[in-house]
Design a binder for this molecule. Sequence first.
Ligand SMILES: Nc1ncnc2c1ncn2[C@@H]1O[C@H](COP(=O)(O)OP(=O)(O)O)[C@@H](O)[C@H]1O
Ligand SMILES: [Mg+2]
Length: 213
Amino acid sequence: MIEFNHVYKNYDKNYILRDLNFTVNKGEFIFITGPSGAGKTTTLKMLIAMEKPTHGAVKFMGTELNDIKKSEIPFLRRKIGFVFQDFKLLPKRTVFQNVALGLEVSGVFGDVITKNVSELLKAVELYTKKDEYPLSLSGGEQQRVAIARALVQNPQVLLADEPTGNLDEETSKIIINIIKSFNNKGTTVMLATHDKHLIADTGRARVIDITKA
Ligand SMILES: Nc1ncnc2c1ncn2[C@@H]1O[C@H](COP(=O)(O)OP(=O)(O)O)[C@@H](O)[C@H]1O
Ligand SMILES: [Mg+2]
Protein backbone atom coordinates (compact mmCIF):
# COMPACT_ATOMS: atom_id res chain seq x y z
CA MET A 1 0.00 0.00 0.00
CA ILE A 2 2.93 2.32 0.81
CA GLU A 3 6.30 2.15 -0.90
CA PHE A 4 9.51 4.13 -0.47
CA ASN A 5 12.01 3.31 -3.22
CA HIS A 6 15.53 4.71 -2.93
CA VAL A 7 14.26 7.91 -1.33
CA TYR A 8 16.72 10.72 -0.72
CA LYS A 9 15.80 14.04 0.86
CA ASN A 10 17.74 17.19 1.54
CA TYR A 11 16.55 20.65 2.57
CA ASP A 12 19.95 22.31 2.17
CA LYS A 13 23.34 20.73 1.37
CA ASN A 14 22.92 17.90 3.85
CA TYR A 15 20.92 14.83 3.06
CA ILE A 16 18.52 13.93 5.85
CA LEU A 17 17.45 10.69 4.18
CA ARG A 18 19.76 8.60 2.03
CA ASP A 19 18.41 5.63 0.17
CA LEU A 20 15.39 4.94 2.35
CA ASN A 21 13.56 1.79 1.24
CA PHE A 22 10.52 0.15 2.79
CA THR A 23 7.04 -1.06 2.05
CA VAL A 24 3.97 -1.12 4.26
CA ASN A 25 1.10 -3.52 3.72
CA LYS A 26 -2.55 -2.86 4.40
CA GLY A 27 -3.44 -3.31 8.06
CA GLU A 28 0.09 -3.12 9.43
CA PHE A 29 1.17 -1.18 12.52
CA ILE A 30 4.52 0.45 11.80
CA PHE A 31 6.78 2.41 14.10
CA ILE A 32 9.02 4.89 12.30
CA THR A 33 11.88 5.43 14.64
CA GLY A 34 15.19 7.26 14.88
CA PRO A 35 16.60 10.11 16.99
CA SER A 36 15.40 13.69 16.80
CA GLY A 37 16.37 15.16 13.42
CA ALA A 38 16.54 11.76 11.69
CA GLY A 39 13.76 12.68 9.27
CA LYS A 40 10.69 10.96 10.77
CA THR A 41 8.39 13.95 10.30
CA THR A 42 9.76 14.49 6.80
CA THR A 43 9.06 10.83 5.95
CA LEU A 44 5.42 11.11 7.07
CA LYS A 45 4.94 14.46 5.31
CA MET A 46 6.04 12.93 2.00
CA LEU A 47 3.01 10.64 2.20
CA ILE A 48 0.56 13.54 2.26
CA ALA A 49 2.56 15.43 -0.37
CA MET A 50 3.62 18.16 2.06
CA GLU A 51 7.23 17.37 1.10
CA LYS A 52 8.73 15.80 -2.01
CA PRO A 53 11.66 13.41 -2.18
CA THR A 54 14.79 14.93 -3.72
CA HIS A 55 15.41 11.62 -5.49
CA GLY A 56 13.55 8.34 -5.51
CA ALA A 57 9.89 7.47 -5.42
CA VAL A 58 7.14 7.46 -2.82
CA LYS A 59 4.04 5.51 -3.77
CA PHE A 60 0.65 5.37 -2.07
CA MET A 61 -1.89 2.84 -3.36
CA GLY A 62 -0.22 2.72 -6.74
CA THR A 63 0.03 6.49 -7.16
CA GLU A 64 3.49 7.94 -7.51
CA LEU A 65 3.40 10.99 -5.25
CA ASN A 66 6.33 12.74 -6.96
CA ASP A 67 4.12 13.71 -9.86
CA ILE A 68 0.78 14.09 -8.11
CA LYS A 69 -1.19 17.06 -9.43
CA LYS A 70 -2.09 19.83 -6.99
CA SER A 71 -5.76 19.18 -7.70
CA GLU A 72 -5.39 15.55 -6.59
CA ILE A 73 -3.83 16.33 -3.21
CA PRO A 74 -7.14 16.87 -1.34
CA PHE A 75 -8.30 13.41 -2.47
CA LEU A 76 -5.03 11.89 -1.29
CA ARG A 77 -5.43 13.58 2.09
CA ARG A 78 -8.93 12.18 2.53
CA LYS A 79 -7.43 8.70 2.42
CA ILE A 80 -4.76 9.52 4.98
CA GLY A 81 -5.40 10.84 8.48
CA PHE A 82 -2.51 12.89 9.88
CA VAL A 83 -1.93 13.63 13.55
CA PHE A 84 0.54 16.49 13.76
CA GLN A 85 3.18 16.66 16.44
CA ASP A 86 1.69 19.93 17.73
CA PHE A 87 -1.98 18.86 17.18
CA LYS A 88 -2.91 21.96 15.12
CA LEU A 89 -6.34 22.18 16.77
CA LEU A 90 -8.30 25.35 16.12
CA PRO A 91 -8.69 27.22 19.44
CA LYS A 92 -11.88 29.04 18.51
CA ARG A 93 -13.74 25.90 17.50
CA THR A 94 -15.15 23.42 19.98
CA VAL A 95 -13.96 19.82 20.22
CA PHE A 96 -16.94 18.78 18.10
CA GLN A 97 -16.29 21.49 15.49
CA ASN A 98 -12.60 20.60 15.28
CA VAL A 99 -13.41 16.97 14.54
CA ALA A 100 -16.18 17.95 12.09
CA LEU A 101 -13.95 20.22 10.02
CA GLY A 102 -12.56 17.59 7.63
CA LEU A 103 -16.05 16.35 6.83
CA GLU A 104 -17.34 19.87 6.17
CA VAL A 105 -14.47 20.54 3.81
CA SER A 106 -15.38 17.33 1.96
CA GLY A 107 -18.95 18.56 1.51
CA VAL A 108 -20.57 16.36 4.17
CA PHE A 109 -23.26 18.07 6.25
CA GLY A 110 -26.05 17.62 8.77
CA ASP A 111 -26.91 14.27 10.30
CA VAL A 112 -23.94 12.45 8.78
CA ILE A 113 -21.57 14.87 10.49
CA THR A 114 -23.36 14.52 13.82
CA LYS A 115 -23.31 10.74 13.57
CA ASN A 116 -19.67 10.35 12.47
CA VAL A 117 -18.23 12.94 14.84
CA SER A 118 -20.20 11.59 17.81
CA GLU A 119 -19.02 8.04 17.07
CA LEU A 120 -15.38 9.09 16.93
CA LEU A 121 -15.62 11.21 20.08
CA LYS A 122 -17.14 8.25 21.92
CA ALA A 123 -14.35 6.00 20.64
CA VAL A 124 -11.72 8.33 22.12
CA GLU A 125 -13.85 8.87 25.24
CA LEU A 126 -14.33 12.58 24.78
CA TYR A 127 -18.00 12.80 23.90
CA THR A 128 -18.83 14.52 27.18
CA LYS A 129 -16.35 17.28 26.31
CA LYS A 130 -17.66 17.88 22.80
CA ASP A 131 -18.71 21.48 23.50
CA GLU A 132 -15.50 22.51 25.22
CA TYR A 133 -12.64 24.38 23.58
CA PRO A 134 -9.23 22.72 22.97
CA LEU A 135 -7.32 24.99 25.34
CA SER A 136 -9.47 23.93 28.29
CA LEU A 137 -8.39 20.30 27.77
CA SER A 138 -5.33 18.43 29.05
CA GLY A 139 -2.52 17.47 26.65
CA GLY A 140 -3.75 13.88 26.46
CA GLU A 141 -7.29 15.03 25.72
CA GLN A 142 -6.08 17.38 22.97
CA GLN A 143 -4.13 14.51 21.47
CA ARG A 144 -7.31 12.38 21.45
CA VAL A 145 -9.19 15.20 19.67
CA ALA A 146 -6.41 15.29 17.07
CA ILE A 147 -6.72 11.52 16.60
CA ALA A 148 -10.51 11.73 16.29
CA ARG A 149 -10.16 14.50 13.71
CA ALA A 150 -7.66 12.44 11.70
CA LEU A 151 -9.95 9.41 11.72
CA VAL A 152 -13.37 10.97 11.15
CA GLN A 153 -13.24 10.48 7.39
CA ASN A 154 -12.44 6.82 7.93
CA PRO A 155 -9.06 7.02 6.19
CA GLN A 156 -7.22 3.89 5.10
CA VAL A 157 -4.06 5.06 6.81
CA LEU A 158 -3.37 6.92 10.04
CA LEU A 159 -0.05 8.77 10.28
CA ALA A 160 0.72 9.87 13.83
CA ASP A 161 3.75 12.07 14.48
CA GLU A 162 5.06 11.63 18.04
CA PRO A 163 1.51 11.26 19.40
CA THR A 164 2.83 10.61 22.91
CA GLY A 165 5.46 13.36 22.72
CA ASN A 166 4.55 15.47 25.71
CA LEU A 167 2.45 12.97 27.62
CA ASP A 168 3.14 11.02 30.79
CA GLU A 169 3.45 7.23 30.67
CA GLU A 170 -0.11 6.51 31.75
CA THR A 171 -1.63 8.89 29.18
CA SER A 172 0.73 7.58 26.48
CA LYS A 173 -0.62 4.08 27.07
CA ILE A 174 -4.20 5.29 26.63
CA ILE A 175 -3.26 7.00 23.33
CA ILE A 176 -1.42 3.92 22.02
CA ASN A 177 -4.34 1.67 22.96
CA ILE A 178 -6.76 3.93 21.09
CA ILE A 179 -4.56 3.86 18.00
CA LYS A 180 -4.18 0.07 18.33
CA SER A 181 -7.94 -0.36 18.52
CA PHE A 182 -8.36 1.42 15.17
CA ASN A 183 -5.54 -0.68 13.74
CA ASN A 184 -7.39 -3.81 14.92
CA LYS A 185 -10.40 -2.62 12.93
CA GLY A 186 -8.29 -2.39 9.78
CA THR A 187 -6.69 1.07 9.67
CA THR A 188 -3.04 0.91 8.60
CA VAL A 189 -0.93 2.86 11.09
CA MET A 190 2.44 4.56 10.82
CA LEU A 191 3.54 6.09 14.10
CA ALA A 192 6.70 8.18 14.34
CA THR A 193 8.48 8.16 17.69
CA HIS A 194 11.96 8.53 19.14
CA ASP A 195 10.78 6.75 22.31
CA LYS A 196 12.26 3.24 22.49
CA HIS A 197 10.09 2.35 25.52
CA LEU A 198 6.94 2.91 23.57
CA ILE A 199 8.07 0.40 20.96
CA ALA A 200 9.10 -2.16 23.55
CA ASP A 201 5.57 -2.07 24.99
CA THR A 202 3.81 -2.80 21.74
CA GLY A 203 3.49 -6.37 20.58
CA ARG A 204 2.97 -7.17 16.94
CA ALA A 205 4.12 -3.89 15.43
CA ARG A 206 6.96 -3.64 12.91
CA VAL A 207 9.77 -1.17 13.45
CA ILE A 208 11.39 0.78 10.63
CA ASP A 209 14.49 2.56 11.87
CA ILE A 210 15.35 5.41 9.50
CA THR A 211 18.55 6.34 11.34
CA LYS A 212 20.64 4.37 8.88
CA ALA A 213 18.95 5.83 5.81
N1 LIG B 1 11.21 22.75 6.02
C1 LIG B 1 12.47 22.52 6.40
N2 LIG B 1 13.48 23.31 5.97
C2 LIG B 1 14.76 23.08 6.35
N3 LIG B 1 15.14 22.09 7.16
C3 LIG B 1 14.18 21.27 7.63
C4 LIG B 1 12.80 21.43 7.28
N4 LIG B 1 12.08 20.47 7.89
C5 LIG B 1 12.96 19.74 8.59
N5 LIG B 1 14.21 20.22 8.44
C6 LIG B 1 15.44 19.63 9.04
O1 LIG B 1 15.53 18.29 8.62
C7 LIG B 1 15.97 17.43 9.66
C8 LIG B 1 14.95 16.31 9.86
O2 LIG B 1 13.76 16.87 10.36
P1 LIG B 1 12.49 16.02 10.77
O3 LIG B 1 11.97 15.31 9.59
O4 LIG B 1 11.57 16.96 11.46
O5 LIG B 1 13.14 14.97 11.79
P2 LIG B 1 12.48 14.19 13.03
O6 LIG B 1 11.01 14.25 12.88
O7 LIG B 1 13.05 12.80 12.95
O8 LIG B 1 12.97 14.88 14.26
C9 LIG B 1 16.17 18.32 10.87
O9 LIG B 1 17.53 18.63 10.96
C10 LIG B 1 15.35 19.54 10.56
O10 LIG B 1 15.88 20.67 11.16
MG1 LIG C 1 9.54 14.99 14.08
